[in-house]
Design a protein around this ligand. Structure first.
Ligand SMILES: C[S@@+](CC[C@H](N)C(=O)[O-])C[C@H]1O[C@@H](n2cnc3c(N)ncnc32)[C@H](O)[C@@H]1O
Length: 165
């Protein structure tokens, strides 16, 4: 499993016991450092690989994965066409891309002063179109849960799509 935009490896910590080899891809050195510390102290399996990777600028690695996951990362990315096409390429035929991110929101999720210039969540039809444009099929997007931040509710979706066999 590849976790793209893995941050400190929170999802991998949760899933480690249930999946095989884990690769965490993350452009931020600080985040990678925290993930490495978890490998060092056993919170993540010793076999966990931590890659510096930003598919909006880096070439697509040669390796292929059964599952690619990405949690709350997509809304930070401007070059979505390029990144989603790269993630689709990194799946084995029949492999699945699973994305958790925000449904369309009013722009309040990120503090206005934080300098955030990404997406204010995603409309379901827009995301579905992006996943199809990346060459993926059997796209399903469903509401996953609701986060409460500063007394406001933000819905998250889970999108699952497959690379054709
Ligand atoms: C809100 S954090 C989510 C981290 C982790 N997935 C989690 O759920 O804890 C967003 C992450 O996306 C990463 N990120 C930002 N731009 C990215 C890009 N172009 N490619 C990959 N990751 C990116 C950030 O460094 C950050 O770790």
């Amino acid at each position: 499993m590849l976790d793209y935009g893995a941050g400190t490896g929170l999802l991998a910590e949760t899933l480690a016991a249930g999946v095989g080899a884990l690769t965490l891809a993350e452009p931020s050195a600080g985040m990678r450092g925290q993930a490495r510390a978890k490998v060092a102290d056993g919170r993540l399996p010793a076999t966990t690989r931590i890659w510096e990777l930003d598919l909006s600028r880096d070439p697509v690695p040669d390796e292929r994965f059964d599952v690619v996951v990405s949690v709350l990362t997509l809304h930070h990315i401007h070059e979505l066409d390029r990144v989603l096409a790269a993630l689709a390429t990194m799946l084995v035929p029949g492999g699945r891309l699973c994305i958790v991110d925000l449904e369309e929101e009013d722009g309040t999720f990120h503090d206005l002063e934080s300098g955030f210039d990404g997406h204010h969540g995603f409309a379901r039809d827009v995301l579905t179109g992006l996943l199809h444009a990346a060459g993926l099929v059997d796209v399903e997007v469903d509401r996953l849960d609701t986060l409460v931040k500063d007394d406001r509710a933000y819905h998250r979706f889970l999108a699952v799509a497959q690379r054709p066999r």
